[in-house]
Design a protein around this ligand. Structure first.
Ligand code: SF4
Ligand code: SF4
Length: 469
């Protein structure tokens, strides 16, 4: 009997129960921590990006729905394909590595997110580990990401070197002093931190797998590093892997929240910016409908007594004085600007020592939008006049506006089809037509055009005198 009992009775294994419940509790804690972190980040990100959308929409209404195939083609070639970047091959290649790495790395993020929300570990790997083709593909994708990350590590150092040690002229302009310079470096430091976390995560993971199974997952780069960690023992390796895993996702979340205050918002906005960029030839300066109407009336005064057309009789404002007078597309461009300075480097006014820098035009526009937005935030979303505008007040000066030759070099150079000239012309129109703010030389010319229909100081009746001589 005793023998029978001894054979059939299995004493409860409290140690194993304790270990299983401990694992369950740890898993639950991880899921809760991940859900709490992700929920807070997504909520904050939603608010921040919604605010950017509201700010862009502070601009004047403008309907842009023409020639969609051409717009899609531009978006594919210029925004996604980086076509204009390749005018200068070395920075283009460096930028391409970071860009491709940024896009491809997000694939691994999918697994990290699923793992985080379900409390699993490498869920995709374990789902395909018995299917050789899919397992091989998984190992290839993660390995490819590792190779890209390694390349990005070198490129990031190259960028830090270019920005801070060799004095590339377009990175030495006064508009980059302070936050813009810090912001450019911050992203590079974040990039380095993220890559460190990626390799801590993968190497720790592979070293642990090596201890448990005698071989690694097979990832190309971390597979080479893993044996160096395996002597540390399983607990230390797990800690390294967990720091890498949490560090990776935390950096991605931090980046998501950082973007709205950074020039790196162009990662997202370059696409709509290129899509909505104007398609008409660069040299074409759109007419002002109000002026066209006045000229038509001058040519045909009887039209003034024609039946009302329903159009407003008086223009509200000529040109633009503040960000609300610019179109939402102008404000989208300001938020999309990468601050690369290619426009400024090509600007003849800037090259000849004038104050004008088309990059600063875009940065000032964005800064003024932010100033208006902060004031609205503090006033329940309602805008109250602050007596300032985009012209002067620490933003774009009259001197800068007058220095522009309207040559379009800045527009030609911009890698994401931003048009600083469009803003300059609108501000200059306002200066001239609303404030009569023109240099003395221009004032004489305008008076002559008014009186004589030509820039010269001769009566229209004397125009043909020269033919008599
Ligand atoms: S259009 Fe004006 S701002 Fe642009 S490059 Fe020419 S001069 Fe400079
Ligand atoms: S306007 Fe274009 S070229 Fe100029 S700094 Fe911005 S992104 Fe670069």
């Amino acid at each position: 009997m005793n023998i029978l009992v001894a054979k059939t009775f299995k004493p409860y294994n409290f140690a194993s129960f304790k270990s299983v419940s401990k694992q369950m509790i740890l898993k639950l804690i991880q899921i809760l921590a991940f859900v709490a972190l992700s929920g807070s980040v997504f909520f904050l990100a939603f608010k921040l990006y919604k605010r950017i959308y509201r700010n862009i929409m502070l601009g004047r209404k403008q309907v842009i729905n023409d020639n969609i195939p051409e717009r899609l083609k531009n978006t594919l070639l210029v925004a996604l394909g980086q076509k204009k970047m390749f005018k200068n091959v070395i920075p283009a290649l460096l930028h391409l590595v970071i860009y491709v790495s940024f896009v491809i790395t997000q694939i691994e993020l999918i697994e990290i997110l699923i793992d985080g929300f379900t409390g699993n570990h490498r869920i995709i790997y374990h789902a395909v580990e018995n299917i050789p083709f899919l397992k091989g593909f998984y190992v290839f994708v993660v390995s490819f990401i590792e190779v890209l990350s390694l390349l990005t590590l070198f490129v990031t150092f190259a960028f830090l070197y270019r920005r801070n040690l060799i004095k590339i002229p377009r990175f030495q302009k006064p508009e980059l002093n302070g936050w813009p310079k810090l912001d450019a470096n911050n992203i590079l430091y974040m990039e380095l931190t993220l890559i460190t976390f990626i390799f801590m995560m993968n190497t720790g993971d592979q070293a642990k797998y090596l201890l448990q199974h005698g071989h690694t997952y097979g990832f190309w780069v971390s597979g080479l590093l893993a044996p160096a960690l395996s002597g540390l023992g399983e607990t230390a390796i797990t800690i390294i892997e967990r720091i890498g895993w949490w560090g990776h996702i935390s950096m991605v979340y931090f980046f998501l929240l950082y973007l709205p205050q950074s020039k790196h918002l162009h990662i997202l906005l370059a696409f709509p910016n290129v899509f909505f960029a104007r398609l008409i030839p660069k040299g074409e300066i759109p007419n002002m409908p109000e002026i066209t109407k006045e000229v038509k009336l001058m040519m045909n005064p009887d039209a003034a007594f024609a039946a009302p057309t329903g159009e407003p009789e008086e223009p509200v404002k000529f040109g633009a004085k503040d960000i609300q007078d610019l179109s939402w597309q102008n404000l989208l461009a300001a938020y999309s600007c990468t601050e690369c300075g290619r426009c400024t480097a090509a600007c003849p006014a800037n090259q000849t020592g004038k104050l004008l820098s088309p990059r600063k035009i875009m940065m000032d526009t964005r800064d003024r939008v932010e100033e208006v937005a902060k004031s609205m935030d503090a006033n329940n979303g309602v805008w109250q006049e602050d007596g300032k505008s985009l012209i002067e007040n620490g933003y774009i000066t009259v001197e800068e506006l007058r220095a522009c030759t309207t040559c379009n070099a800045c527009v030609e150079e911009c890698p994401i089809n931003i048009n600083p000239l469009d803003i300059i012309i609108q501000l200059r129109r306002n200066l001239v037509m609303e404030d009569s703010n023109v240099p003395n030389e221009w004032a004489g010319m305008f008076a002559n055009m008014d009186n004589n229909g030509a820039p010269w100081q001769y009566s229209q009746l004397d125009r043909l005198n020269w033919t008599k001589e």
